[in-house]
Design a protein around this ligand. Structure first.
Ligand SMILES: [Zn+2]
Ligand SMILES: [Zn+2]
Length: 248
């Protein structure tokens, strides 16, 4: 198997507020299944989302300072395969939803079975995540939304609209409208133009529909960073994604 590096790094413009950098997300496609690993940076701290593959991960993480946590959107092997290495490099704790802990524990075995590649054992989580909880990254609140369906412990991570309201007290109304959007990291629940598989063991089409309804109710301008493929917005998906259009 050829060594998978950091292909097609995607660097969206950082969000600016009154000339001050607020937050930035970078996307790296890792491994043969090209799962997106995201680095979210804010206020001198970072969150590593879905370090799915150990090969090429060191180059991605070397430049990142002060990693607050390593979070998996779900337990599939293409999203957790690099967790052990990410912990070793950053010293940060690993978090996942309780209901996907077992799936993550089996990642090494499944990577070997499906891809014929050896990856290190995924360590048990240092803490688990639930609906309504938040991880604070350099003063930015990243909220956990439970979005089961693809797996029972699938989560999305939301930076809500208006989260910068503390800073906006000193702002003009124009600046307020410029920054009044959010972002959501959706794992394998919602992609650009499609949704995650629900024909796998431990998946549920019914729960997936509910989860997609939850995501569809976010503000239309919300930027969607999926587990595979390019970013999109909730509004774009409501208009073009047949699975979301079906729900309405
Ligand atoms: Zn998956
Ligand atoms: Zn995946």
């Amino acid at each position: 198997m050829k060594r998978a590096g950091t292909t097609d790094p995607y660097k969206p413009s950082p969000w600016y507020f009154a000339g001050r950098k607020m937050a930035a997300a970078q996307r790296f496609e890792l491994g043969p299944l090209r799962a997106n690993c995201y680095i979210l940076e804010h206020g001198g701290e970072a969150l590593v989302i879905d370090p799915g593959w150990p090969y090429g991960l060191e180059e991605v993480l070397r430049r990142v300072k002060r990693v607050k946590a390593i979070v998996a959107t779900h337990g599939h092997f293409d999203h957790v395969g690099g967790v052990a290495l990410a912990k070793e490099i950053t010293g940060a704790p690993f978090a996942i939803h309780e209901r996907d802990v077992e799936l993550a524990r089996r990642a090494r075995e499944l990577t070997l079975r499906y891809l014929g590649v050896e990856v290190p054992e995924v360590p048990p989580p240092d803490f688990t995540l639930r609906e309504g909880e938040a991880i604070e990254v350099g003063g930015l609140e990243v909220r956990v939304i439970e979005t089961p369906g693809h797996t029972m412990g699938s989560i999305s991570l939301l930076i809500p609209q208006g989260v910068f309201v503390g800073d906006l007290l000193i702002a003009s109304k124009r600046a307020l409208s410029m920054t009044s959007y959010g972002a959501v990291f959706t794992g394998d629940t919602l992609f650009r133009g499609t949704v995650g598989r629900v024909d796998l063991p431990h998946s549920s089409a019914e729960l997936m529909r509910e989860s997609l309804r939850k995501l569809a109710s976010l503000p239309r301008e919300t930027v969607v960073y999926p587990g595979h493929g390019p970013p999109t917005t909730i509004g774009e998906e409501l208009e073009h994604n047949p699975y979301l259009m079906d729900l309405l």
